[in-house]
Design a protein around this ligand. Structure first.
Ligand code: OAD
Length: 260
């Protein structure tokens, strides 16, 4: 074992059938995408209500649209890191695997992960608030670039917004239901790179634990749920996750030989 020293963790992984993972901004930090909280966080430079709410978008459409376009540019230039890639590998090892993310950057999908539950939407998708017309990233970019005022409008005249969940908005019902189910069904629940301050995502680890799951947190810093986890692996996800997935592989392989 490279990183797992804990006998209970090894025992739990040995008999695990379902593994669920919740990721937050920290997993994309090593891809160069800023996190929200902490000294370097986005929310220390501006408040969420200033930028991430429907009111802000409606009243300051150009500023909010420019901010989202700036974040799209950063994401476009970034690449999935070894943490994202390790989770793609883990998916291949476990029969019942669920990946739930609060991130809107699509980096899990670009790393090759299959069905990702995107709790907060995806910044590359856009739609009209009036007629609900969907816009592909290319279509949106064209409209955005052609509009010098940076107020993207649909052919019907409605404003075009990013397909993300803003403060005060509901999460897509299907997403949150699937996430709750994945947490309940899991035997191991990994919490990666999230401060766990934002509900309902932050409820998922608790729900998993209440249903008997073993919680492992991967984060260089303590979080709002550190006190309830079974195991903390302190460090960046780009370093810790590949080691942890190697350990998963070794344990699962040993277990297969044992059961044959
Ligand atoms: P936060 O910015 O609140 O937390 C990021 C977490 O990542 C912190 O706990 C850091 O310690 C940790 N971290 C930093 N670098 C890391 C690394 N290299 N490896 C692992 N962990 C690292 O981001 P979230 O918890 O994702 O919502 O924030 C949740 C939600 O709040 C976001 O989805 C967004 C935001 O407001 C909406 O916009 C709706």
């Amino acid at each position: 074992m490279k990183i797992l020293k804990d006998d209970e963790a090894i025992r739990r992984i040995k008999c695990a059938k379902g593994v669920a993972v919740l990721t937050g901004a920290g997993i994309s930090a090593e891809s160069g995408i800023p996190i929200f909280r902490g000294e370097e966080g986005l929310w220390t430079k501006m408040s969420p209500e200033e930028m991430a709410s429907f009111e802000a978008f409606y009243h300051n459409t150009a500023i909010v649209s420019e901010w989202y376009q700036h974040r799209r540019d950063i994401i476009d230039k970034s690449e999935p890191n070894s943490g994202h890639k390790a989770l793609k590998m883990l998916e291949g090892l476990v029969g019942d695997f669920s990946l739930i993310t609060q991130n809107i950057d699509g980096l899990h999908q670009r790393a090759g992960s299959g069905s990702v539950i995107e709790l907060h939407g995806n910044i590359m998708e856009n739609y009209c608030i009036k007629c609900n017309q969907q816009y592909s990233p290319q279509e949106f970019d064209e409209i955005y670039q052609q509009n010098p005022e940076h107020i993207p409008r649909c052919y019907c005249g409605g404003l075009i917004r990013p397909n993300v969940v803003w403060f005060g908005e509901q999460l897509p019902v299907e997403c949150i239901e699937n996430a709750y189910q994945a947490a309940i069904n899991s035997d191991i629940f990994l919490v990666v790179g999230t401060s766990a301050y934002v509900a309902p995502a932050s409820d998922l680890p608790r729900l998993a634990k209440q249903n008997g799951s073993y919680l492992i947190e991967i984060n260089p810093n303590k979080t709002a749920i550190s006190h309830i986890v079974d195991l903390r692996l302190e460090g960046s996800s780009g370093v810790v996750l590949p080691l942890l997935v190697d350990d998963f592989k070794e344990i699962m392989l040993e277990n297969k030989q044992f059961t044959r």
